[in-house]
Design a protein around this ligand. Structure first.
Ligand code: GSH
Length: 259
């Protein structure tokens, strides 16, 4: 049995879900309610000690870390190959996944919280807010979260995050000018790793996405795929996205000049 734990708006969960769809692997969705604290229950923490998504459980084996899960899905099941054919393109795919894990995810988290999620978090009572911070096990992640929630767009994490994501968009444009997909002529885990970031930038009002013709053509190919329709498209929360777009557009003047 294959079970995937995620919450629908999670970037990292979407990476794993796109990979599973592209591989043609069915799984049981274990959808967690982040706002109801379901990432913090002892049962979930036993699977994923950091209290984050995604978590994959395959016949009792527990896997964490979205990139590890994506590679596992590709290795463990038969179906179309999700890594590129040549060594050079595979190196490119590995680099995209590494950048996503180490750079783009913390950057996108900073912006999403600073622009949008903080407003909801700040509705908590002082006691609940403290409990919310205390529930983040990793001290560095906790400090980062406190900073962006408390200071919003004035948090010191925001400008480096914006630079990182503007750089990501420029790197995508260059890559897909050269080849049809991010790491060569066929879609790969590189695309599954990066699609959720572009999806979020669209949701935030299109930050840095203007005048990127090759990226636009790649995005049209992405959104036409069954894997995208079965995941991102199928679980759209339109009211939430409208609110996010509005907050994103309000932040545009401050952020769009950063590159
Ligand atoms: N490096 C981890 C990061 C996991 C992560 O940070 N997941 C986010 C969603 S993208 C999460 O669960 N956040 C919990 C929260 O927002 O409280 C991975 O790639 O799986």
């Amino acid at each position: 049995m294959l079970e995937l734990y995620y919450f629908p708006t999670a970037t990292c969960g979407l990476k794993a879900r796109l990979a599973a769809e592209e591989k043609g692997v069915g799984y049981v969705s274990r959808v967690l309610d982040r706002d109801a604290g379901e990432l913090n229950t002892p049962a979930y923490r036993a699977l994923n000690p950091q209290g984050v998504v995604p978590t994959l459980v395959h016949d009792g084996r527990v896997l964490v870390e979205s990139s590890v899960i994506m590679r596992y899905l590709d290795d463990a099941f038969s179906g179309p190959d999700l890594m590129p054919e040549t060594a050079g393109d595979r190196a490119d795919a590995n680099l995209w996944m590494k950048r996503a894990d180490e750079g783009y995810l913390p950057a996108l988290g900073a912006l999403t919280y600073a622009i949008f999620v903080r407003h909801k978090v700040l509705e908590k009572s002082p006691e609940d807010l403290q409990a919310y911070y205390d529930a983040i096990p990793d001290p560095a992640r906790r400090a980062h979260r406190i900073s962006v929630v408390e200071r919003g767009l004035d948090a010191p994490e925001v400008v480096p995050a914006a630079k990182r994501l503007a750089g990501m968009v420029a790197a995508i444009e260059t890559a897909v000018q050269r080849s049809k997909w991010l790491a060569g002529p066929r879609r790969s885990l590189a695309d599954a790793a990066i699609i959720p970031f572009v999806e979020r930038l669209h949701q935030l009002g299109g930050l840095w996405l203007a005048e990127r013709p090759a990226l636009d053509r790649w995005w049209a190919r992405v959104t036409a795929r069954a894997s995208y329709r079965a995941t991102a498209e199928a679980q759209r929360d339109r009211p939430r996205e409208a609110a996010m777009r509005e907050r994103g557009r309000a932040a545009l003047p401050k952020l769009s000049g950063i590159a």
